[in-house]
Design a protein around this ligand. Sequence first.
Ligand code: PLP
Length: 395
Amino acid sequence: MLRPNPHYAELKDSYLFYNIAQKVKAFSEKNPGAKLCRMGIGDVSLPLCDVAIRALREGVDDQAKKETFRGYMPECGAPFLREAIANFYASRGVKLDVDECFVSSGASDELGDILDLFDKSSPALIIEPAYPAYIDASVIAGRQIVRLPSGKENGFLPSPSENLDADLIYLCSPNNPTGAVFPKAKLQEWVDFANKRGAIILFDAAYEAFIEDPDLPRSIFEIDGAKTCAIEICSLSKTAGFTGTRLGYTVVPKDLEREGANFNAMWVRNRTTKTNGVSYILQKGGAAIFTPEGQKQIRENIQVYKSNAKTIASALTEAGLWNCGGQNSPYVWAQCPDGMGSWEFFDFLLERGNIVGTPGVGFGTCGEGFFRFSAFGDVEETKEGARRIVELLGK
Ligand code: PLP
């Protein structure tokens, strides 16, 4: 008889977003007149920029004509988009070969699929609070997990220590949920640790476009030695509003090798087996994002979210709540007031302020007592939410 993958039984139920949805539903049924301020969503609220829409339309038109019609696309990405991605890195001082850049359907797919490259016996290190998919994808793959808690004392950016027993290291910068960004020196510590140990870093740069401080690294490949120990996973979801359109990219350096195996070659083999490429239309839309006009237009949307983040952080500070993030990320991470637990604060905000946020404990036990606010919401709703926070909690 076929045996199911036993590791699914080890997955913890995803209580977080289910619980939030249930609580909000129950509250709205009881209080039909209440106008909610949604400050918890990780999805974008602004539409795609004009250049992307135009390019997507052109892509559709191309598919309507015999001369321009495209069938299967190359599994690792259309050359025009891989080149645009390599040039984008080059413009920021990171030199990559075009065939080190792989086009993907988004970061989530890659975070799961990339695990195919590593033997299951290699434990995975996850810094908590963490984006829940890291743990779930590793559990499904049957991998042992080492959790490294972080907190206020290290700015939610822990350093490696010699006794850490992990061969696969997840780093997320800017971080979801804390908004913390690794400075170069700290990232260098992780790169040196990984190279010394022979570990590999999976660097999730889904929010790199939110970094405004020029001294902070937007790519792990800005760090010396990263090409021999890191894979970078990126997404146009939050950068360019592609959450529903789906497009991302992954960098696997050619210098990345262990025990004679070359991970770039292995990833090519994996992609040519497991995908038939991303649609021509989407890649056409994605390439438009990397043009100067595309970069200008996505900046306008990102600025809207950044301004929301500022509104949220100022309100929290005015209300006397310790908070971080927001400046180089779309998330503001706050400490709950008066020793409240994360869910207690969730209920308080929902019932007293009709505000919906995300309890920090949902990102790991060390997130207890913290709360995540997202800047991806509607501008007016965010302003109103901020006003209510001050009104509710301002001393
Ligand atoms: N990585 C992080 C840290 C995220 O927060 C998210 C989505 O919220 C993703 C990856 C997934 O992004 P995508 O939409 O490209 O699958």
